[in-house]
Design a protein around this ligand. Structure first.
Ligand code: PLP
Length: 397
């Protein structure tokens, strides 16, 4: 039967009916180890008792009231996020793209509030992904995502990721901000190096620009820090979060300093659903776990375990895996074969990994993954490598 869904996705012939920890169970009764986490969303895995309880308890009380009313659980979550970060203020959204839209609006409005409305241009980077709205596809600059959707939203000047000199050169009288993923996700787990990220902070300070980090994928514990910027020893002025922040419930957030948010006065932005009671219950429950003593240290430790074991793949299958890169539980395998084909080979071994650009597959296990599960996952990756190697050299098979 043909699908009634708009065919914008090439979906795998695989559906899941339940999950438990790092494992997914298909409608055919097969058990998969999930090293994709629904694209870094299932940060605490599936069926986490604390999240399930928080969601179901809230579901019995109140789902939605709108932002016309006080939101006690939202106040609490915003306060906790500020206490745990550089930020003074938070706005909740339903998705990453919406968080980026507000990031862009806030940066523009800050410049306008400073009497420089002409400074609405933002420096962005090749390989970036910021979402699929009209502004965020312009910010990301991927021609495939822009094609056919009319005139590109103006105000984004893109340079090569990692090229500090090019970023400096492109800054002009209309530039008001820099927007970067400290670690590119969709772009292929490209880790911004320390000098580059710190250099962007210095450029922003020098030219009076706002530094905006898109941590939709690399934030919320993924790297072993609550936010990736902590790895660099510099803070942004605005940070967009989503994906892992809701543990599977649609939730995004924009974190900002008081100064960066100063243009966003009464009525300048809004959302119907953003920050509703169900989302806030889930967001608070996710933070309960992530901020618990030792949790993030464990993520960092398991990231090293994963990294060490993945290194064995480049040694054993240099003709398939040429590089391992990433931070914490956000790792990428740079491949000589098509990432989609590699991901299919991994699925055949009952392991889920996610293709990205730059010939990379992403390894994004839930942060609650165990050492034993890491070992099983890497074994299955090795099996996928062996299968790809055999397919590549049929004459020797
Ligand atoms: C996924 C992603 C987005 C977009 O998030 P959506 O929830 O799909 O709108 C933006 N930025 C980055 C870095 C992402 O990984």
């Amino acid at each position: 039967m043909t699908s009634a869904l708009l065919p914008t996705y090439a979906r795998y012939a695989l559906a899941f009916e339940r999950g438990e920890g790092a494992w997914l169970f298909s409608t055919q009764g097969e058990k998969y180890l999930d090293f994709g986490g629904g694209i870094a969303v299932a940060s605490l895995g599936y069926n986490h008792p604390h999240l399930v309880e928080a969601l179901t308890e809230q579901a019995k009380k109140l789902w939605h009231t709108s932002n016309l009313f006080q939101m006690p659980e939202g106040e609490r979550l915003a306060r906790r996020l500020c206490d745990a970060s550089f930020a003074d203020t938070v706005f909740f959204t339903n998705s990453g793209a919406e968080a980026l839209e507000l990031t862009i609006k806030m940066a523009r409005k800050w410049n306008a509030a400073n009497g420089s409305a002409e400074r609405f241009h933002i420096v962005t980077f090749q390989g970036a992904f910021h979402g699929r709205t009209l502004a965020t596809i312009a910010a990301g600059g991927n021609a495939k995502y822009l094609d056919g959707f009319g005139e590109r939203t103006p105000g984004f000047d893109q340079v090569a990721f990692g090229d500090l000199k090019a970023a400096e050169r492109v800054i002009g009288p209309r530039t008001g901000a820099i927007l970067v993923e400290p670690i590119q996700g969709e772009g292929g787990i490209r880790v911004g190096d320390r000098d580059f990220i710190r250099g962007l902070r210095a450029l922003c300070d020098h030219h009076k620009l706002l530094l905006c980090f898109d941590e939709v994928q690399c934030g919320m514990g993924r790297t072993g820090k609550l936010f990736a910027y902590e790895l660099y020893g510099v803070a942004p002025d605005i940070l967009a979060s989503a994906k892992g922040i809701g543990g599977g419930f649609p939730l995004g957030a924009v974190l900002a300093t008081k100064e960066a948010g100063k243009g966003m006065t009464l009525g300048t932005h809004g959302t119907t659903y953003g920050g509703n009671p169900l989302a806030m219950a889930c967001g608070n429950a996710v933070l309960d776990i992530m901020l618990a003593d030792g949790f993030l240290d464990e993520v960092a430790r398991k990231g090293l375990v994963l990294r060490q074991q993945l290194a064995g793949l480049t040694a054993a299958y240099p003709e398939i895996v040429t590089e391992i890169r990433g931070e914490g539980l956000m790792q990428g395998l740079k491949l000589t074969v098509a990432p989609a084909e590699f991901a299919a080979a991994a699925r055949a071994k009952k392991l889920i990994v996610i293709p990205a650009a730059d010939n990379v597959v992403r390894i994004l296990p839930p942060l609650i993954v165990s050492d034993e599960e890491i070992r099983i996952g890497v074994d299955r990756l090795a099996e996928a490598c062996a299968a790809m190697k055999a397919a590549k050299e049929p004459e020797k098979a």
